[in-house]
Design a protein around this ligand. Structure first.
Ligand code: NAP
Length: 243
């Protein structure tokens, strides 16, 4: 299947981002696979090429580095006239055992830099290319751990998972989803937060029973919404998630 649609996924050299790149390529999107390390990006492209996908290209982009984002934007502008899909997927867990009373400010800052500020500055830089699409879509890859409602519910399966920096970063990312959706409510742009679920990847030390392709499937669903689709909401595989 071929089409002229384009997609950029940050942190797509492995894990859920890599699977998302694969699934969008299978739908015919021209996929730009973002990686902060060029060699890792090229290795991922090689793997996709071996699977028969030729509509994939590597794009070096470190979401915490303004110059890197700027360079990626300039490079993309020489290759495409419009961007249909942006997936803010790059993320880190940080130090996961820390409670708010003892977490170091350096750890909190690092996690927010990538998971929140990274997604915001990538979005800001690519809005121009997204604005040239007829149906721009942004997915912020979030987590149920960022849901204040679930975090406050002792009955919830992951209630004990109080990872201060990470959870806070995803709550902040969810706020960005709401704010961007409001700013662009009268345009064709749709932006949603999507939780892929607890997935076996490097980020979780391969804990979690879900596989990256399961998480990617949910992300792809909201990256390819039609004109009647929602914006400014939070979803997982089962539907809407409470903020
Ligand atoms: P992963 O396998 O560790 O992949 C994370 C990706 O983000 C890697 O490609 C990594 O690049 C990249 N990255 C980290 N910092 C970056 C930066 N500064 N600039 C650019 N890329 C950067 O983890 P994953 O589980 O697939 O995570 C993908 C997303 O899903 C994250 O946002 C995560 O929070 C979210 N999520 C995961 C789970 C889960 O259970 N796994 C659950 C909910 C949400 P390197 O290879 O260079 O490190």
């Amino acid at each position: 299947m071929k089409n002229d649609k384009t997609a950029l996924i940050t942190g797509a050299n492995k894990g859920i981002g890599f699977e998302t790149a694969k699934q969008l390529a299978a739908l015919g999107y021209n996929v730009f696979l973002g990686s902060r390390n060029k060699a890792n990006g090229l290795k991922a492209i090689e793997e996709l090429n071996k699977l028969g996908f030729t509509n994939v290209q590597a794009l070096e982009i470190d979401v915490t580095n303004k110059e890197s984002i700027q360079n990626a934007k300039e490079e993309l502008k020489t290759k495409i006239s419009h961007l249909d899909v942006l997936i803010n997927n790059a993320g880190i867990a940080g130090i996961i055992s820390n409670l708010p009373s003892v977490d170091s400010i350096d750890n909190i800052r690092n996690v927010l830099e990538t998971n929140f500020l990274g997604a915001v500055q990538v979005t800001q830089h690519f809005l121009e290319l997204l604005g040239k699409s007829n149906a721009p879509r942004i997915v912020n890859v979030s987590s149920e751990l960022g849901s204040l409602t679930l975090q406050s519910n002792p009955e919830w399966e992951f209630y004990p998972y109080k990872v201060f920096a990470y959870n806070t970063s995803k709550t902040a990312l969810n706020s960005a989803t709401v704010m961007f959706a409001h700013e662009f409510k009268d345009t064709a742009l749709k932006i949603n937060s999507v939780a892929p679920g607890y997935t076996a990847t490097d980020l979780t030390n391969f804990g979690g029973e879900r596989t990256p392709d399961m998480g990617a499937k949910v992300i792809v669903k909201y990256a390819t919404l039609d004109i009647n689709g929602p914006t400014g909401k939070f979803f997982n595989e089962n539907g809407e998630v409470a903020w």
